[in-house]
Design a protein around this ligand. Sequence first.
Ligand code: ADP
Length: 487
Amino acid sequence: MILIVDDKAENIYSLKALLSIHSFPVDTATSGEEALKKILANSYALIILDVQMPGMDGFEVAEILSGYSKSKDIPIIFLTAVNTDKKYITRGYSSGGVDYITKPIDPDILLLKVKTLYRLYEQSRQMQEMHIDLVQEVENRKKAKREADEKAAEFRSILESIPQIAFTTTAEGALEYNNTRWLDYAGSAGEFPPVHEEDEDFRTALLRQIPRGLPIEMEARIRRRDGGDWRYHLVRVMPVRENDKVVKWAGTFTDIEDQKQAVQKKDEFISIASHELKTPLTSIKAYLQLLQREAIDKNPLSLYIDRTLTQVKKLDGLIAELLDISKLESGKLVFDQTTFDFESMLTTQIEMFKRSYPDYLIERTGFVPVPVYGNESRLDQVVTNFINNAIKYSPDERKVIVDARVKDNELWLSVTDFGIGISDVDQKKLFNKFYRAPQAVSSFQGMGIGLYICAEIIRRHGGQYGVNSEPGKGSTFYFSIPLKKEA
Ligand code: ADP
């Protein structure tokens, strides 16, 4: 807005008319005092100031304005009489005014000056705003840097306080920071600790994983530089992201040697214990079978022997599972494969279940018309496990459907029951070692090993497995294996 200051109403009128025609917003004051009040209250882009006014003249107004920070940069055009001598003109400029026009006013010249000064004012105002923005930006950046430095210091002190060896790398995998424990294992801060010759080197693993941007987890043996044994460490390296982009990697080495040894000792113990249990049990089973043959039809002895034999078979099955799991852990589970008649294996199996569980309706659907290449006794074990579970976990709805057929050059087998079913959460974990659904734990006996072994057997046959189930309605456990020809 432009402020016109003149004590004569007709001057104000004509100036206002001229400027308004050219779309300049205008305000007016009829004395120096009024002008000062208005300038302090509003903001103006330009002041057109009459010099000769009664009371405070134009130069005095300008002098006062130059003393205020709010107004000192507002350009002023002084209006004076024609015969103004040089002394007045100089006075006009030195008191902060920036231009001068003599009366009678030439409208073109006045407009030209108004436009120029108005534009200059606008530009300088914009520059000032930009300057303020820049100062703010610099401040913000300084603050952000301070905060980042504080965070980095905090992060480092955390890394120093943890019992693990810790490090960070750049997004490209170059070592950036490591805690002091690092140097107990590595030659320098810039290199990874050397690993046991049979284990994969960290740098190679990291570089392989970097393009994928996924967390890394690996186990490898390292040892202290001041001597000592190779000890297994779990290495976890996580990508640190900013705006979805990996900006660095942060990792730790955790000593897991003791846990590893404990697990190994436990596995060895299970293996030894189940072997030791198996030998006398096999004798007991053999003697019982002899007794069973002798005692036939001599009730009630025969009945007791039958029952004992059932329990012994259960025990035998449990010990077999324990033996299998320890063989699996040590990589000693044998998987010789041959071509065999799956259909007749399954028929025999179902007949046996029908005899053992006469109060269950065990239905067979489908047909496997071709021989199957695989490990017969292990596949038999999977089928037995599925049917056993179907019977065990459906105490009220005593019906089980076993379906086996060939589809798309694959053998498909499924066992459906109408029993307690399994929740979605549990379904995902059933094939894990030792996992038992909470419902099973409270009401049924078991060790949670069977399905884990089944899963491994199917994996070794290059197949797939899974379960569909609804709590309270029942479950279908299934597997499929590709039909291969004998090599
Ligand atoms: P176990 O039966 O000895 O516990 P498994 O490995 O054979 O061990 O099975 C693991 C778990 O899967 C069981 O504890 C049970 O919770 C669940 N499960 C397996 N089969 C069924 C089924 N047919 N119906 C409901 N739950 C089942």
